[in-house]
Design a binder for this molecule. Sequence first.
Ligand code: BEZ
Length: 242
Amino acid sequence: MKKILLVVLMFALTISLFSQEKKEVRIPTLGELAPSFTAESTQGEINFPEDYFNKWKVIFSHPSDFTPVCSTELIELANKQEEFENLDAKIFVISTDGLNSHLEWINSMESINYKDRKTPKINFPIISDVNMQVSRLYGMIHPYENSTHNVRGVFIISPDNHIRFFCFYPTNVGRNIDEILRVLIALQMSEKEHVLIPADWQKGDDFLLHSPGTVKDAEALKAKNDPDIYSLAWYLWFKKRK
Ligand code: BEZ
């Protein structure tokens, strides 16, 4: 009897250890070098991020081809792909489905009139990741949500190949492509103008300056009478958008 109990206990322990290991997710964090991979896509082999040095890169992961939410997301992405191009950003879509499925799905989406607009030709590659190698590398598989398909992840990667932004949406809620564009523009502006970006910032709004640190430093800044900056409190300074 003791032996049977011991075997059952060992079995339960092994199962529990195995399932814990399966649920471990490692997401590349902000500032980290983007993990490298080579993968097949609808536009041929992708060597990421090395082949795209000096360009902004935006990766969208999605759960499954021929599904309703994913289809609306990719159609919206196609409608706005030119805006990404104008920001010198390259779009990559990734799922754990295969290449043939991706190609058939692209054909189908290009024939759909969503919100009375004809879907433009989809110019961005869809990566096939049937063995989940890339999805795992980027922490896109969230096993408590789904252990074999990606959640809706977005990574924005800078021209020097570092992770600058990431977010995850659940399977049942589609992403807002305009918000991703807003973050991309905000990141680019922040770097170019050496400014911070306030809450709910939209293109055309003023920027934030780093806090002067002390009331005395704020008074010194005020004494400069710079017409391009103004403050609402000693720690809250804005730079006018030109
Ligand atoms: C969708 O995109 O609609 C979807 C994807 C996976 C599971 C359920 C829905």
